[in-house]
Design a protein around this ligand. Structure first.
Ligand SMILES: CC(C)(COP(=O)(O)OP(=O)(O)OC[C@H]1O[C@@H](n2cnc3c(N)ncnc32)[C@H](O)[C@@H]1OP(=O)(O)O)[C@@H](O)C(=O)NCCC(=O)NCCS
Length: 208
């Protein structure tokens, strides 16, 4: 695949089953299956914020997707957990008058990773955020290499993130998000149930 063959477009109702399938490939166990989107959740995202949902399509096959909502400044600065920040699977905290485009998930099929598909979706997010006059893109990034590393070192998540930032370690999720230009803001110790990340996440932002 070359990026010239890739189409980035907004999610449509006809895509929902493929996105559900994609999620299962992108978040295999031990990630909790009950945290993944089902069609009814995705349909709700389309109702509340269609401009914030994207897919990447190559040769008529859906190979990646991305979900966002808008949140207010107070909620962003609260550094709260997933449920509080986004309002659960239906993204009930979506606030069209907010300041921050918040990335809830970005999923590239394992066969298509490391080829710039994630970056292309990220750029669509940033373009949309700028077009809407928002002042920040923010997200809380999983740290899927953390649990194994912690078992070997006993050291905290903050040290893990410092090592990844320094380039001494690569994390399959944090490293690409840093390469896209996102900057770390802090560590969330109890973000969501995520064994590989020890339930932690790294809060990242790009000020627009
Ligand atoms: C995180 C994810 C979205 C990245 O998407 P991607 O399309 O593979 O990323 P890109 O190709 O845009 O990569 C950006 C950069 O990171 C690098 N990179 C990608 N994966 C990497 C890895 N596992 N280790 C080290 N570097 C990596 C790329 O080489 C690229 O480098 P460059 O800036 O020199 O070109 C994808 O790996 C994924 O779907 N992961 C599983 C789901 C997940 O955890 N999502 C995020 C949390 S919701």
């Amino acid at each position: 695949m070359t990026l010239a063959q890739l189409t980035i477009r907004n999610l449509e109702l006809q895509d929902l089953d493929e996105v559900v399938e994609l999620q299962a490939s992108c978040f295999p166990p031990p990630f909790p299956a009950e945290l993944l989107w089902q069609s009814a959740h995705l349909a709700r995202h389309l109702e509340i914020f269609p401009a914030g949902q994207w897919v990447a399509v190559e040769s008529s096959r859906l190979i990646a997707s991305s979900t966002t909502l808008i949140i207010g400044d107070d909620l962003w600065h609260a550094h709260a957990d997933w449920e509080t920040t986004v309002g659960g699977h239906e993204l009930s905290r979506h606030d069209p008058s907010g300041t921050t485009l918040y990335g809830v998930d970005i999923s590239v099929h394992p066969k298509h990773r490391g080829q710039g598909v994630g970056r292309a979706l990220f750029e669509a997010r940033i373009q949309t955020a700028r077009g809407l006059g928002l002042t920040r893109f923010g997200t809380a990034c999983r740290l899927p290499g953390l649990a194994d590393w912690h078992q070997r070192t006993g050291a905290p998540a903050s040290q893990y993130v410092e090592e990844v930032l320094r380039g001494g370690l690569a994390d399959s999720t944090l490293t690409p998000l840093l390469r896209w230009g996102l900057k770390p803001v802090g560590i969330l110790d109890r973000y969501m149930e995520d064994e590989e990340s020890r339930n932690s996440a790294c809060l990242l932002e790009l000020v627009l």
